[in-house]
Each structure stands twice: as C-alpha cells, then as structure tokens.
Design a protein around this ligand. Structure first.
Ligand code: NI
Length: 154
C-alpha cells in the first residue's frame, strides 16, 4: 500500500457549546471556543488515500481529482462560514476538530472508491489536530451534542 495525502486550508468560525450545561461550565470546558458569537480558526484539512500505484500512471489516485472533490464537497461549503449555522451537514453537531474529521470522512468515503479513504486529519491550530480513520464512533449525530441553542431540529 502507498499512502498519498492532499492538504487544503479553510477559514471558518465556530462555537463549541453544550446547551445542557451552564454558561460557566461551557466556558470552563471550551474556553475561547465557547464565545457566544463564535470565533475564527485557520483550519488545515489533510486527506490520505491508500492504494497501489496504477501501472500506467504511477498514481494511487490523481490528486487533481481529490483536490476537486475536496473543493466541491467540503471547502466550498465551509470556507469563510460559521460552522454552527451555515453548513447543512454540520447542523446539530458540536464542531470540534474531532467531529469535523468524522463529518468530512463520511462525505468523502461516499464519493471515493470503496476502501480507498485512509485518514482525515483536521487541524484547528498549529498544535491541535484530530485524525479519523473510519472506526465506528457514536458521538456524531443530531440530538447528541448540539452546536447551538437555536438549530433546526434541536
Ligand atoms: Ni475555537
């Protein structure tokens, strides 16, 4: 297997918040990220695909195609947006880097050949990132952790 990674960047605002908690508790756990009007991050997204190089091209995957997929399915929807309010596929999800990695994985896995997606890594800062490799996790989903207090369906 050879592992090939495409890197992309986007800027977005978010608010980390659990409406079942007091404001004090939210601030204690989420710090600056619990700011009522949100705040911004310069995110980095790294997507790794795995496979055997094609004998004719030498590519595991044409990275132009992967770049285009990232642009169409993710970047065009999250760049310069408020992740809690502006992004359909994040409604009802507390937008931590962990949950973003899972949400992005689910989108990309459905668009790539079966078994090709290996890892999705999301950096919220230079020092903090989450990586998801598709193992089952119960935490993402509507009605689990709400992204905001007035979201659709919450
Ligand atoms: Ni934040």
């Amino acid at each position: 297997m050879v592992y090939v990674t495409r890197r992309a960047t986007f800027c977005a605002a978010h608010r980390l918040y659990n409406p079942q908690w007091s404001d004090e508790r939210n601030e204690e756990i989420f710090g600056k990220c619990a700011n009522p009007n949100g705040h911004g991050h310069n995110y980095v997204l790294e997507v790794t695909v795995a496979g055997v190089p094609d004998p004719e091209t030498g590519y595991v995957m044409d990275l132009k195609r992967l770049a285009q997929l990232l642009e169409e399915e993710i970047l065009s929807k999250v760049d310069h947006k408020h992740l809690n309010y502006d992004v359909d596929f994040l409604h009802g999800i507390n937008p931590t880097v962990e949950n973003l990695a899972i949400a992005f994985w689910r989108i990309l896995e459905a668009k790539l050949p079966r078994g090709m997606l290996y890892a999705v890594r999301v950096y919220e800062s230079e020092n903090n990132y989450a990586e998801y490799r598709g193992e089952p996790v119960p935490v993402v989903g509507r009605n689990r952790l709400y992204a905001g207090v007035a979201l659709e369906g919450s």
